[in-house]
Write a protein that binds this ligand. Structure first.
Ligand SMILES: Cc1cc2nc3c(=O)[nH]c(=O)nc-3n(C[C@H](O)[C@H](O)[C@H](O)COP(=O)(O)OP(=O)(O)OC[C@H]3O[C@@H](n4cnc5c(N)ncnc54)[C@H](O)[C@@H]3O)c2cc1C
Length: 411
């Protein structure tokens, strides 16, 4: 989004995308169908996923995506790849930036001793790596997988689902990644048959321990999951004390629900037993065959840079809210312009900027814009989600930053 907008503002700008993975837009590539725009849940509550009008990350008026009823991260990945290709973008892959230092009139951007130079740096490296030390792990335990890896494996390898069949799985954490993992682990993706990830005849594990999840009902779930996604329809339905939701076969639904054991306590440790992993949470012991770690991430590079003094860049943004019009049978947009918002961070006296999820989002985004833990925005149908790191909040800022600051960036 940054490159696309910046090039529109100033085609002469020379930007190099530096990416640690071997893939364009790697987060979308990995998330497959777990990130869904204009999902049925959005439609249900009358929301619209038109995030940045006129840009490729939006749904209603771009042919490529509008053809698809519920475009997913996978579709965005395809589209972004195509757009970067047509924009003749310069990209260096497999370059994991570990430091940014002053060098001459610009900066040296380094990765394991290799260096690139630039006049200005825009750090957009997302939410970062899996956080260390969420729980103690015995070094021999190799049956631990990160939540994102789990989701990626569900899309990537057809044998993977076979591997989890009949196994005892422990999902650690109660945030968004855990929600997505649960939706993929059990037939809870909503409404199953419309998503490509839907498998006919679910590959059910024998037990799912959801460790760290204390919510008992839908209200608790909403309030406990302050940073949930609007589309987590399936997993929301898990907390719904009613009949089988929507299109899910009632038997699959009941079977899936019965497999989940919620353990509100935090996980203390994982050790390697003879045949399986032994988990301890608040003194209680469990055995599992696979642990899916969804305990959050930390962006060490961003934190390291922010150890220097930083300030916020202000700009005007537009939120593309809207609601479904039953009469017209389409989304009707209601763009909400907001002036002088924090849109990015800048290191004081440097040309180093932090953008998107690389920013300290808690400070960047006002609570009124993304009311943590509140249903109000969704009830009032003015916001897709209250997760501060959701695209709804970060992308309009990226666009504004590229529009307003691109010509000053090198000065
Ligand atoms: C399971 C899951 C589900 C989600 N579902 C939704 C959803 O439904 N709706 C929504 O709005 N948002 C969702 N999100 C959040 C959304 O994915 C993020 O908000 C978005 O991807 C952030 O964009 P970004 O450009 O800031 O960072 P990212 O998309 O994370 O991109 C960061 C890029 O930087 C690269 N990188 C990282 N460190 C380095 C380094 N040191 N050197 C070089 N490159 C590096 C990474 O490989 C990556 O390609 C979801 C996230 C997850 C994990």
């Amino acid at each position: 989004m940054f490159l696309y907008t910046a090039k529109q503002q100033n085609p002469a700008i020379k930007a190099l995308i530096v990416e640690k993975s071997p893939d364009v837009c790697s987060t979308f590539a990995r998330l497959g169908d777990s990130l869904v725009l204009n999902s049925p849940t959005f439609t249900k509550v009358g929301l619209n996923a038109n995030l940045a009008q006129g840009h490729f990350i939006q749904v209603s008026d771009f042919d490529e995506l509008a053809e698809r009823q519920y475009p997913t991260a996978k579709h965005l990945h395809e589209l972004a790849t195509m757009i970067l290709f047509h924009a003749d973008a310069d990209i260096v892959f497999n370059f994991s930036v570990d430091g940014v230092q002053r060098a001459g009139y610009g900066y040296a951007v380094s990765s394991k001793g290799r260096t690139l130079t630039a006049q200005a740096v825009v750090l957009t490296n997302g939410m970062g790596e899996q956080r260390d030390n969420a729980f103690r792990v015995d070094q021999r335990s190799n049956q631990i997988i990160d939540g994102d890896e789990f989701i990626a494996a569900c899309y990537g390898e057809s044998e993977f689902r076979d591997l989890i069949r009949g196994k005892r799985i422990a999902v650690i954490g109660a945030g968004d990644t855990a929600n997505c993992v649960m939706e993929h682990l059990l037939p809870l993706t909503y409404p199953n048959h419309r998503y490509p990830s839907f498998q006919k005849g679910p590959f059910l594990p024998s037990r799912v321990y959801w460790i760290g999840q204390g919510a008992e009902n839908i209200q608790d779930f909403y309030f406990a999951n302050k940073q949930r996604y609007g589309h987590s329809g399936g997993i929301i339905e898990f907390f719904w004390d009613g009949e089988a939701p929507f299109d899910l076969p009632a038997d699959d639904w009941e079977q899936a629900r019965a497999l989940i054991e919620r353990i509100p306590a935090r996980l203390d440790s994982v050790t390697h037993g003879t045949m399986s992993l032994e988990l301890v949470a608040d003194g209680e012991r469990f055995e599992a065959d696979l642990v899916v770690n969804c305990t959050g991430r930390s962006n060490d590079l961003s934190a390291k840079l922010r150890a220097e003094e930083y300030e916020f860049v202000l700009g005007d943004i537009v939120f593309q809210g809207g609601k479904w019009d039953d009469w017209e049978d389409r989304f009707v947009l209601s763009p909400r312009p907001v002036e002088r918002q924090r849109i990015a961070c800048k290191l004081v006296n440097e040309r180093i900027f932090l953008l998107g999820c690389a920013c300290p989002l808690d400070e960047l985004i006002d609570n009124n814009e993304a009311l943590d833990g509140s249903l109000r925005y969704q009830e009032e149908k003015t916001s897709l989600t209250n997760a501060k790191y959701s695209l709804e909040h970060t992308l309009p800022r990226t666009v504004a930053f590229a529009e307003q600051f691109i010509n000053n960036i090198g000065q």
